[in-house]
Every structure is written in C-alpha cells, then in structure tokens.
Ligand binder design. Structure first.
Ligand code: GDP
Ligand code: MG
Length: 300
C-alpha cells in the first residue's frame, strides 16, 4: 500500500540545517523503538490551516491551500520516505458544513483510511479564535464516535496562527493558556474522557505558524513568539506522544461498519429488548386477566 508509493522525502532537505538535525534525531528515536512508519491524521474545521500544516510538515507545497473555502474535497495522503522511515500525512476536508458536523465527511475519511493505522491525530484549530462552542464539542464527539476514545491518547491539539499579538495587552502566555484550556475542556467533554483518562495522559497543545512571514532565528528556523523553533517542537511532541504508550488506531472493516466503538453498553441492547418484550407480554396478560375477571355493570 502507501509504503510502496511513498516518494523520497526531499522536503526535509529544504529545512534549515538546525531543523534537519533535530528531525533526524527524533526519527532516530522512533526507529530505536521499532517505529518505522508514522501515519498522521490531520482533522478540524475548514480554514483553520490543516492543509498548510501538512505542507509545513512535509516541507513542500503539495496539498492545495486556500483562503476561500476551496477545501480539499476528499482526504489526501502524502507519503514520504527518508532513511528507512516512512511518514504519511493525511489531509482531510473540514468537518463542518452549514453549521453542523458533516458526518458524511467523517465516513469518507474512515473509508479512505481502511486497513491503515492512525498513529497520531492532529486536531487543528486557530490560536486567534476567541471562543469555543457546542459545535467544537460536537466535532470532537464525532471524531470520538468514529475512531474511539483511544484516539485521544494519540492526539495533539495544534493551534495555527501562533504569531499574534493578543488583544487588550494580554501577555502571550496568558492568552495561550486560556485558549488551550478552553479547547482542552471541549475535548474532554466531547470525548467523554474520564478523570483517569486525563490523569494518565494530558493532551499536548502545540503552537504552529504556517505563514511565510513567520519570524526566524539566526539559524533560519521558523520560530514562535517565545523563540521556540516550531517544526522541531511539533515533531518532538509527536514523537513523545507515540513513545509514551497508547496504540495506533487500526481502521479495519469492523471499525468502519461496526457499532460506534464507544458504545460498549450496546451489547446489552438485545437483553434490554428481550426484557421489554417480556414486560409487554406480561402487561398484556394482566390486562386480559382484568378484562376476563371484570364484572360487567347491569346496564352493559
Ligand atoms: P484548511 O481549510 O484547514 O485546510 O486551511 P488552509 O491550510 O487551506 O488555510 C486557510 C487559510 O489560512 C489560507 O489562506 C492559509 O494561507 C492561511 N493560514 C493557514 N495557517 C496559517 C497560519 O498558521 N498563519 C497564518 N497567518 N495564516 C495561515
Ligand atoms: Mg484544506
């Protein structure tokens, strides 16, 4: 499959030398743990910078980016190999249409991923949005219903447009932590993560700046306002998530066709239905008994 079609990862050579060194370092760490392939699924609303992020990671302009809802009409997987390592990044269409979660888009994504293992989920949104609402929660819920809660053990929240000046003179750190807290809360609620799920692993929030006008350091690396080179930082966080445990999500036929992977209680449905049938039968019998025992009034 994809590995056979993967092209040589030329884009990595386009990164500044300092970035390349760090990237090879992280790829080496993954290979040491026998991770030779990574499939990264990129999802989120439209226009948040998913396609730009895919291009930033690969280091090539490979998937179309547009300011105006051009939207990749279908998922697209970009595969690259380097030094015995295969990187697959899956760009997807936005998950919202006409103000609602587009379940069909999710089905298409799931079918596209048939027989592939999703190692990492990048849930993308913008840093410079000022609110989260029920729609965000519904998106997280839809992703969770599609792939199972476990996907969040391999999940990162990625915030684009990181090069901003917060409003009202708020310190950057303060603005960032408020925005990430608000989003993480929505993820916890939408994914119905329990206390123990959260204690075992907190979902990292990673900043990125896809713009060509992103500031750079003396090594020519694109940096965040605090000076962190963001591409190596993102790859480091991805590596940490992969090596910290959890399992990739194999998208097999059972996951695509089977019941919602979170609805484990559904195995009780036949029992509940049987109990209900029994009850209905019992009630009918009581009514029939009542009718047969009824003493009719004389006028009847
Ligand atoms: P998608 O619909 O989520 O795939 O979003 P795109 O990648 O197509 O980006 C939508 C628009 O936002 C394009 O005009 C991009 O150039 C712009 N954009 C994406 N990421 C960033 C970012 O980090 N910073 C800035 N300034 N613009 C971005
Ligand atoms: Mg796109």
């Amino acid at each position: 499959m994809a590995a056979l079609l993967a092209r040589e990862w030329q884009g990595i050579q386009m990164f500044p030398a300092a970035t390349q060194t760090k990237l090879y370092d992280y790829l080496g760490k993954l290979k040491e743990e026998n991770v030779n392939t990574l499939t990264i699924l990129v999802m989120g609303k439209g226009g948040v910078g998913k396609s730009s992020l895919v291009n930033s990671i690969i280091g090539e302009r490979i998937v179309p980016v547009s300011a105006f809802q051009s939207e990749t009409p279908r998922p697209m997987m970009v595969s690259r190999t380097r030094a015995g390592f295969t990187l697959n990044v899956v760009d997807t269409p936005g998950l919202v249409e006409a103000g609602c979660v587009n379940d069909q888009a999710l089905d298409i994504i799931k079918n596209f991923l048939l027989n592939k293992t999703v190692d990492v989920l990048l849930y993308v949104d913008r840093l410079d949005s000022y609110r989260v609402d029920t729609l965000d929660r519904q998106i997280v819920k839809a992703i969770t219903d599609a792939f199972g809660k476990e996907i969040w053990q391999r999940g990162l929240v990625v915030l684009t447009h990181a090069q901003l000046s917060p409003p009202d003179g708020l310190p950057y750190e303060n603005f960032f932590s408020r925005r990430s807290e608000a989003l993480l809360k929505v993820v916890r609620l939408g994914a119905k993560l329990k206390k123990q799920d959260i204690q075992n692993s907190t979902i990292p929030v990673v900043l990125v700046e896809n713009s060509g006008r992103c500031n750079k350091n003396e090594d020519d690396e694109k940096i965040l306002p605090d000076g962190t080179p963001w591409i190596p930082n993102l790859v480091k966080k991805i590596t940490d998530v992969v090596l910290s445990g959890g399992k990739g999500i194999l998208v097999d036929k059972a996951l695509i066709e089977g019941p919602n992977p979170n609805a484990k209680g559904k195995i009780f449905i036949p029992l509940i239905v049987a109990a209900q049938l029994f009850l209905v039968g019992q009630i009918k019998k009581w009514i029939e008994d009542d009718i047969s025992q009824e003493v009719l009034p004389s006028w009847a």
